[in-house]
Design a protein around this ligand. Structure first.
Ligand code: ZN
Length: 377
């Protein structure tokens, strides 16, 4: 009965190991590190402390030039302490170079190191995940000063982007978290005017290792995608926000159109009888589709950009763009559409990876990168 629960029943493709990995970065030295990853929350009260630090740092600056360096023949331990002290003072000077600015909300575009001073030599305070939001209140020499845990810390500005508020007139994206908690086995035409019918909405697949249902995974990723898109200034329409719904695939397409959205992004996960099958694919109609041939070019381009973004972000295997006219939710669409098959829940490793919040965030950011690319062409 496996074939029945598979999200898509398809031939088995060759599989190569998926090198999914994440590289905490803030500069050329950015390697793996065992520091804890935490969600830093915005806020803090470092402003008054800052003024005092500034004065102190000015004094320290004068002190540095007068401070005796370890001379040849001196005790090496003593020299080490002096070097350490000198480094600390230099870092204080770097901190003092920051001009105050009105705080703005920013978010991280990668897993990044948050440091105690604006230098690659400064201690790492913590690692934060891609998409973590901070209040930024200063900028100098390619570093941003951010508030977290009631103090001021520093992140390379290359890995921060300003969080924009969704604005009137910005692109509206419809997201459909695939499936729901109960399949609807009634039939509906596969496209407008079609004689052929398909189940209104199937139950989807299920993680072989995690036991997670596809409808749970698709909503978890869709919610992260919504946040990611809103952070980038898009407006978002969600076809469903709970599991307890009964919406057929044709109805989902209609809802996406009725929302006024420009594109329709359908989030799914794959299943295969071959437990080794892995990687992501996107799905669009063929150029000969009897219902939506006019949407082919844009849907194909959307599928390509989203697949590129997702695989670049997660490092998972890029399977292919599957062009098919068998998907009701595509055939009933009235706007450019793509189905994102994020990975295989039938592959124990990929299943476990997709169940992780960090990996889900990489998927969401990758899809958003693809949407950015679609609209910037
Ligand atoms: Zn599915």
């Amino acid at each position: 009965m496996l074939a029945v629960v598979l999200c898509l029943c398809m031939a088995v493709f060759g599989c190569i190991g998926c090198g999914g990995s994440e590289h905490p970065s803030d500069g050329p030295e950015g390697g793996q590190e065992n520091a804890r990853i935490q969600n830093a929350s915005a806020g803090g009260e470092g402003r008054q402390v800052y003024a005092m630090e500034k004065v102190e740092a000015t004094i320290l600056k004068d002190e540095i030039s007068a401070y005796p360096l370890a001379a040849a023949g001196q005790d090496t331990q003593n020299a080490g302490e002096q070097q350490k002290r000198k480094k600390e003072m230099e870092l204080e000077v770097l901190k003092a170079a920051f001009e105050d600015m009105e705080a703005v909300e920013v978010y991280t575009t990668a897993t990044v190191k948050v440091r105690t001073a604006p230098s690659l030599e400064a201690d790492v305070y913590t690692l934060v995940k891609k998409g973590t939001v901070f209040q930024k209140n200063g900028e100098a020499d390619g570093w941003s000063r951010v508030l977290t845990d009631g103090g001021e810390y520093y992140i390379k500005s290359d890995y921060l982007r300003e969080k924009r508020k969704p604005t009137e007139g910005s692109h509206l994206i419809a997201i459909d978290a695939g499936h729901q908690n109960k399949a609807n086995t009634e039939k509906e035409p596969v496209g407008p005017g079609a004689g052929e019918t398909k189940m209104k909405v199937t139950g989807g697949t299920r993680g072989v290792a995690t036991g997670l249902y596809e409808y749970e995974l698709t909503l978890a990723v869709s919610e992260k995608l919504r946040t990611e898109l809103e952070n980038r200034g898009y407006q978002v329409y969600m076809v469903r926000e709970s599991h307890d719904v009964n919406i057929s695939n044709s109805e989902r397409a209609q809802m996406a159109y009725d929302s006024g959205a420009e594109i329709f992004v359908r989030i799914h996960a794959n299943g295969s009888e071959n437990s080794k099958a892995n990687g992501a694919m996107t799905i669009c109609p063929t150029p000969q589709n009897p219902y939506v041939a006019d949407l082919y070019a844009d849907s194909q381009r959307l599928s390509e950009k989203v697949l590129d973004g997702l695989t670049a972000s997660t490092g998972c295997r890029k399977e292919r763009i599957w062009e098919t006219d068998t998907m009701s939710g595509i055939n009933w669409s009235k706007i450019p559409v793509t189905i994102v098959e994020m990975g295989y829940m039938s592959n124990p490793e990929e299943d476990k990876k997709m169940a992780q919040e960090d990996y889900q965030q990489l998927i969401a950011a990758g899809i958003a990168d693809g949407i950015d690319a679609y609209f910037s062409d």
